[in-house]
Design a protein around this ligand. Structure first.
Ligand code: ATR
Length: 279
């Protein structure tokens, strides 16, 4: 029997999730049909209800992660803390469970694939939107020395920090960006438009590692800037995308997949197809 899954969002046409889950399914001998489902504005619950007539669960992408948070019957800890759901599944009682694998996917890519240590690291996170809110709890679980949040609109960074209520996480303003960080994460949507967040070069030195949460066929604007300023090691968000998908897959099927070959295959097809920046 073919298992029905999907990613729900708007826009959704650019999504690589069908390709990723198709490769995971092939690895595990699970036959699945993973669709992209466009959610008309204001119609998340109806679209989700319709899909769940036949589907066993689904992924959720922008701008529907908060809608999914309100839609499900109960939440895992990461979804509750980040107030966003990227994976919907049914539990043993048939109730809808909302999970968020984005943060764990980022941490898995950073620590396992890239070998960057979060323990004791000073981390600068740029941006304070939904994407950042979703990954902060997982970053904190890596025991960094400090996470500083810098956002174009400072009030949003402050709100995020008060909501989290953790001593290591602090909202900072541009005038406080004086020293180099071990890890700088771009969680803004600026790269999607080819723009750069307004950052002083002193946040980087040659030992800094820079992560752009979006990905592209070419080096993202943010990563190009980091390489230019301090010749830093950089990575884009393709690994995070594959790792969060692997965690969703394990929620649905209770199976662990090998992400390495899937990431490699995606990287190859990304450069061949010249994909624009995406999430
Ligand atoms: P997402 O789901 O991608 O997080 P979002 O919640 O709309 O989307 O948040 C977008 C983030 O990118 C915000 O932190 C936004 O900054 P503001 O809060 O000041 O709007 C940030 N952002 C978007 N474009 C940017 C740019 N050109 N420069 C700096 N920050 C930018």
């Amino acid at each position: 029997m073919t298992i029905q899954l999907a990613v729900l969002g708007n826009p959704v046409e650019h999504s690589r999730s069908p390709e990723i889950h198709g490769l995971f399914g092939a690895q595990c001998g699970i036959e699945l049909d993973y669709k992209k489902v466009l959610v008309p504005t204001g119609k998340f619950a109806q679209t989700a209800d319709d899909f769940l007539q036949n589907g066993i669960g689904f992924n959720v992408t922008v701008p529907c992660k908060q809608d999914a948070y309100h839609y499900v019957d109960h939440l895992d800890e990461a979804a509750r803390q980040g107030q966003a759901v990227n994976t919907v599944s049914r539990d043993q009682d048939g109730r809808l469970l909302g999970s968020n694998t984005d943060g764990a996917g980022l941490v898995s890519d950073v620590t396992r694939n890239l070998g960057w240590s979060l323990t004791g690291a000073r981390i600068l996170v740029v941006g304070a939107g939904g994407a950042v809110a979703g990954v902060l709890p997982a970053l904190l679980s890596g025991n960094p020395a400090a996470i500083h949040i810098y956002n174009r609109t400072p009030e949003k960074a402050q709100q995020l920090v008060s909501h989290l209520g953790q001593a290591q996480v602090e909202a900072i303003e541009k005038s406080q960006l004086q020293d180099a960080y071990d890890i700088v994460i771009n969680g803004t949507s600026a790269s999607l438009a080819g723009h750069l967040p307004d950052l002083p070069a002193q946040v980087l030195d040659k030992n800094s590692r820079c992560y752009d949460m979006v990905y592209a066929a070419h080096t993202t604007a943010f990563n190009a800037w980091c390489e230019q300023q301090a010749d830093c090691e950089t990575a884009d968000g393709l690994g995070m995308l594959v790792e969060q998908a692997a965690l969703s897959f394990s929620i649905w099927f209770d199976r662990k997949v090998d992400t390495g070959p899937v990431l490699e295959s995606l990287r190859n097809s990304t450069s061949q197809n010249n994909f624009e920046e995406s999430k």
